[in-house]
Design a protein around this ligand. Structure first.
Ligand SMILES: *Cc1c(COP(=O)(O)O)cnc(C)c1O
Length: 413
């Protein structure tokens, strides 16, 4: 109780912290439903395969695979070690979803999967030739809208994207240049989603991509876990109870990180520990788990602003689907300030030449914090046997002039 009270106070004060989920059970069996299970992840993986030739043709220069690599970051790690005065005992790897083809963010996984699923369903109903009669709608802080809009329009759907106030101007412009209808709201993510959902309900041939509850998005994200498994095998990285894998995922509504976590838990069980990273003003998941209220509360309810430069993470209430599936499966949560995100953005660029958008940097401090916390001693593992996988979730399609503004420390609105 004491520990939780302290963490809650820190959350209310918008202070950075690392909180271990007291309800975490590394060995708890994964919940399975008709809509989300290892079988539905199999189906999602097969769907990506079926669309490879379409994607390759529709997006020249890509190989049709929605996959990213895993790499080391020796210079970045060295710089962080020097700055913090703490050496990292374990191995540090970066998952490069910031460079996913076409959409340039983790949303290419979930978003593309749902668009593909809808297209296949219509095709099975004999309506494959009339996709322009159907509408896809989505509410988004930016990147989900981009992924639904870019693939949806390539397949011939009409697409309507309802953007929250956080969405960056270039994301809206890019969508409009692809013939996507963009609606802008002064309010935050939750309101944009609600508006999109409502408009879609009264439209006769409209499919709403529901970021707060979609199993299709979730399954698309979960496929990433198999990719990681194959990549770690190729790299010769062992993952077992003596050599655990710790994964750090930037979290908005929770679908992206939740899907990946679910997929990884299915493969590695108690040999993987998953941590979610959020901005101090938008710790929707931390708040939900910490209070035990999950989607029943929001950061605005407790007086936080939900305003952050990390647009992809500007979400006030965690997904009920994700909290239901992963209640006891997440090892912990941590928060970061915008100042830290901006600093790490510049460091990443200076040391490795990689540009990541602010959201995509939320996880990078995780490995140091977990090592310092005594977590490995508690689970009886030697810290130098651990592999830390930090998920970089977006950045590669940010226009160069906008990248430059971030790198020069000006940010963008
Ligand atoms: C959407 C997004 C996330 C988080 O995904 P959620 O499903 O909203 O939790 C993280 N990083 C970036 C760059 C994103 O666009």
């Amino acid at each position: 109780m004491g520990e939780e009270t302290q963490a809650y106070k820190m959350l209310l004060a918008a202070k950075e912290q690392f909180w271990f989920n007291l309800g975490y059970e590394a060995q708890a069996p994964l919940k399975e439903t008709k809509e989300v299970s290892p079988l539905t992840i199999d189906s999602a993986a097969a769907r990506f395969k079926r669309f490879e030739s379409f994607l390759k043709e529709a997006f020249p220069g890509t190989n049709g695979q929605i996959q990213s690599s895993v790499r080391t970051l020796p210079s970045f790690v060295e710089r962080q070690e020097a700055a913090s005065g703490r050496l990292l005992a374990g191995r540090f790897l970066l998952k490069e979803d910031y460079a996913l083809p076409v959409a340039g963010s983790i949303k290419a996984r979930g978003g593309f999967h749902e668009v593909m699923e809808v297209a296949e369903r219509l095709e099975a109903e004999g309506k494959g030739g009339e996709l322009d009669q159907f509408e896809l709608a989505v509410g988004s802080t930016g990147n989900l809208g981009l992924s639904i809009g870019l693939l949806g329009s390539a397949l011939g759907f009409q697409v309507k994207v309802h953007m929250s106030a956080d969405a960056k101007a270039w994301k809206k412009e890019k969508l409009r240049s692809h013939g996507v209808q963009v609606f802008e709201y002064e309010s935050d993510y939750g309101a944009a989603v609600a508006a999109g959902r409502k408009e879609c309900q009264v439209s006769p041939n409209c499919h709403f991509v529901d970021d707060e509850a979609s199993a299709s998005l979730f399954n698309g994200y979960a496929v990433a876990a198999r990719e990681v498994e194959a990549q770690l095998k190729t790299e010769g990285v062992t993952v077992d109870s003596d050599h655990p894998l710790c994964v750090y995922l930037p979290c908005g509504v929770g679908g992206g990180p939740g899907g990946v976590a679910y997929g990884l838990k299915h493969i590695y069980g108690d040999a993987v520990h998953v941590f979610f990273a959020e901005p101090v003003q938008a710790p929707a998941a931390m708040l939900g788990w910490l209070t035990g209220e999950f989607a029943g509360t929001s950061v605005q309810d407790v007086g936080l602003s939900n305003v952050t430069e990390a647009d992809g993470l500007a979400v006030g209430r965690v997904s009920p689907l994700v909290s239901d599936l992963l209640k006891d499966q997440l090892a912990g949560f941590f928060t970061v300030t915008d100042e830290r995100l901006k600093r790490d953005l510049v460091t990443m660029y200076e040391t490795e030449g990689l540009f990541l958008e602010p959201s995509a940097l939320a996880g990078v401090r995780g490995p140091w914090d977990v090592e310092a916390s005594g977590f490995f001693e508690k689970v009886g593992v030697s810290a130098d046997q651990v592999t830390h996988l930090v998920w970089s979730t977006g950045g590669s399609i940010v226009p160069e002039d906008v990248q430059r503004e971030y790198i020069e420390g000006k940010g963008e609105r």
